[in-house]
Design a protein around this ligand. Structure first.
Ligand code: KIV
Length: 274
């Protein structure tokens, strides 16, 4: 079945989609132009992810993203999206110090950017912060499994939930649900466990590297559409080759400038007053 059936996607549509067996599509977006296109394509959820650190700013990890940087991108995406629900990541350091800090950051995003929800990483250990943010009236998406902001603590981009990690993953999922999140991202976990958790939870699961048994899927758009020409993870399916297309286009432009064929007369102004 198609994704969420709504003219404007709200948090309540996520539970409805799960009940009706409709799968939810999600993509990252960091700017107005892609948000407009993905929204028009019917993507249900646009995430202004702190993966911007990697695919926008060219940084090694997501750890250096700031609230100010996230807020600029979130404002652009929220203003452009007409239908999709727009969610922003709480960046590293903006919610772990205390529950008060978590609420303050979430409230700031809601006041300043126009997003409809925030996402934060962590399970059992973040349940208190999620509860406080939800109590403040801010919808929350949880994020468990591989959590990039903890990549040093986790020892790199390592698959989570295997073996003894299975029970921890379940406990994290239940804690996030119990705390009031309306959805939870499961990143880089075995498909079988993600499907089990999806069946156990009332709230929606959105997978990235979590197999086909989750309620929805999310990908980083530069990976999915080939703008990222570097190595991508096994779970990425490439739907376009924008990197190669852009390379060709840029080469053609450079050649046209070099040989003087750009601009031509139609691309130039004449002095109509003469
Ligand atoms: O920052 C991000 O893009 C994310 C998704 C990969 C889920 O958190």
């Amino acid at each position: 079945m198609n994704g969420i059936d709504a003219a404007r996607v709200r948090t309540r549509h996520f539970a409805q989609a799960k009940a009706e067996g409709r799968r939810i599509s999600a993509l990252t977006s960091y700017d107005a132009l892609t948000a407009t296109i993905f929204d028009e394509a019917g993507i249900d959820l646009l995430l202004v992810g702190d993966s911007a650190a990697n695919v926008v700013y060219g940084r090694e990890t997501t750890l250096s993203m700031t609230v100010d940087e996230m807020a600029v991108m979130a404002t652009a995406v929220a203003a452009a999206a007409q239908r999709a629900l727009v969610c922003v990541d709480l960046p590293f350091g903006s919610y772990e110090v205390s529950e008060e800090q978590a609420v303050a950051t979430a409230v700031r995003f809601m006041q300043e950017t126009g997003v409809a929800a925030v996402k934060l990483e962590g399970g059992v250990e973040r349940a208190g912060a999620i509860r406080r943010i939800v109590d403040a009236g801010v919808p929350v998406i949880g994020h468990i499994g591989f959590t990039p902001q903890s990549e040093h603590a986790l020892g790199g981009a390592v698959i989570q939930g295997r073996g003894a990690g299975r029970e921890k993953l379940r406990a994290d999922a239940l804690a996030v649900q119990e705390a009031g999140a309306f959805a939870v991202v499961l990143e880089m976990v075995p498909a079988e466990i993600a499907a089990e958790i999806t069946a156990e939870l009332d709230v929606v699961t959105i997978g990235i590297g979590a197999g086909d048994g989750t309620d929805g899927q999310i990908l980083v758009w530069q990976d999915a559409f080939g703008l990222n020409r570097g190595r991508t993870a096994r779970f990425v399916r490439q739907y376009a080759d924008l990197g190669e297309q852009l390379l060709d286009a840029a080469k053609n432009y450079a050649a046209d400038v070099a040989d003087g064929s750009f601009p031509d007369e139609a691309e130039s102004y004449e002095d109509t007053a003469r």
